[in-house]
Design a protein around this ligand. Structure first.
Ligand SMILES: [Zn+2]
Length: 194
């Protein structure tokens, strides 16, 4: 057993997945949840994927709260040694290998928090997120405000050159000419959906 300040690592860990569409406040909610552990002195580390180059080595919420992050490129780079709490941002960017990494963290008693888009821009289950949600002890499914009708946004709309992105455009295209906004199911547009 590894004793890290207040809490003893041992037994089975816990997984809390924070899922939702673009602009649903996932990072802000993660920082809020992690701040509770700061009160009890649990050591923590936050990982983000290098494909998400926004904000450098910080995870930053729209409300202005932020946390330092370790930027990594592969699931194998995520290690929990010396920490009680391990947080992983934007899980959909990591491959299927993330599941085994999270399960290892849980079996060694870590408290694991994961954020990610539960649906891709087409409205389909996104990468490793459905698996992680099925393994979770707790799920926070957040919603946004639809940027078209101000209804409840649950989908991520991809826009390329001002037009809704077609079904067959590539799944991950960070830093390209595309951008993303929150939409409700009625306003979500995917031309060419089969
Ligand atoms: Zn709408």
């Amino acid at each position: 057993m590894l004793r890290t300040q207040g809490r003893m690592l041992g037994g089975v860990g816990r997984l809390h997945v924070i899922a939702g569409c673009m602009s649903s406040g996932k990072t802000g909610e993660l920082i809020r949840l992690l701040s509770r552990h700061a009160v009890t002195g649990d050591t923590m580390v936050l990982y983000k994927h290098s494909v998400d180059s926004r904000d450098g080595d910080k995870a930053r919420s729209r409300l202005g709260t932020e946390m330092e992050a370790c930027v990594v490129g592969r699931p194998e780079d995520i290690v929990g040694d010396g920490f009680v709490v391990v947080a992983i941002e934007e899980a959909q960017f990591f491959g299927e290998g993330l599941t085994a990494v999270v399960q290892d963290l849980l079996s060694s008693g870590h408290l694991v928090y994961v954020t990610g888009l539960n649906q891709d821009f087409r409205g389909e289950p996104f990468g490793v997120m459905p698996t992680l949600m099925s393994l979770a002890d707790e799920i926070s499914l957040l919603t946004a405000i639809c940027q078209k009708c101000h209804g409840v946004g649950t989908r991520t709309q991809r826009i390329i050159d001002g037009q809704p992105a077609p079904w067959d455009s590539p799944l991950i295209l960070v830093g390209g000419a595309d951008y993303y906004e929150a939409r409700c199911p009625d306003c979500h547009e995917v031309p060419g959906r089969p």
